[in-house]
Design a protein. Structure first.
Length: 227
């Protein structure tokens, strides 16, 4: 038994090293050799699942994660991983079930809330999606993904003032974020400024001044490079 544990430890270390070096065939062979010795070696099963997922071998990844889940059913990360895998495989119903289970196990798991919000938005439940984005913002106020996606949903709902506020929050966190800037500009272009309230007009003006300064800076740098 001690000999088996020593062999597993050595093979696991070598497999992980090869996985990091992207020698995936060697890593997979070593992981499978470990499972020949101990079919329920949890760390090996999880590592294989992650490796298969990264290689887009989604069916093999799901098999590994389900096996790991049988060993540790209350693991939020495993449920979240399975949600991602089933989404990639086109099974939105199963993906939804696993994402919901992940946040039920750990309501502070922001990645699972985010994945759940994306799926809910994808299948048309935008109010539910917004609820999970708000949970993320309460837990991590500087999560720019949550602010940007909240802004997109609010724009879809026609709640332009709140959408503008969400973009403002995103740009306070990361003023140079190209996604936030581009989507915000598209939102403003789609609005008639006469319908935008004065407090939001001030913010819009500041954003355009920021964009103008950025363009001027790029032109100056380009001119210096040419000279």
């Amino acid at each position: 038994m001690k000999l088996d544990e020593t062999i597993i430890k050595e093979k696991l270390s070598l497999a992980f090293h090869n996985q990091k070096k992207k020698n995936l065939r060697i890593a997979e062979k070593l992981y499978l050799e470990i499972l020949d010795i101990n079919p329920n070696h949890y760390e090996t099963i999880c590592n294989l699942g992650l490796m298969f997922a990264k290689s887009k071998k989604f069916k093999s990844a799901s098999e590994m994660f389900l096996k790991a889940l049988n060993i540790n059913p209350q693991n939020a990360s495993l449920n979240n991983n399975l949600g991602n895998i089933y989404f990639e495989m086109g099974n939105k119903e199963k993906a939804l079930s696993f994402f919901k289970k992940a946040v039920q196990i750990d309501n502070s798991f922001t990645d699972a809330h985010f994945n759940l919000s994306l799926l809910l938005r994808n299948i048309g439940y935008i109010d539910e999606a917004l609820k999970h984005l708000n949970i993320i913002i309460k837990i991590k106020p500087d999560d720019i993904r949550a602010h940007i996606n909240s802004a997109i949903i609010l724009q879809t709902k026609g709640e332009y003032k709140r959408s503008i506020q969400s973009f403002e929050n995103a740009l306070k966190i990361e003023p140079n974020n190209p996604t936030a800037v581009n989507l915000f500009v598209e939102l403003i272009k789609s609005l008639k400024l006469v319908n935008v309230k004065e407090d939001n007009l001030k913010f819009i003006k500041n954003i355009f001044l920021f964009l103008l300064k950025k363009i001027i800076l790029i032109i100056m740098i380009y001119s210096i490079m040419l000279n």
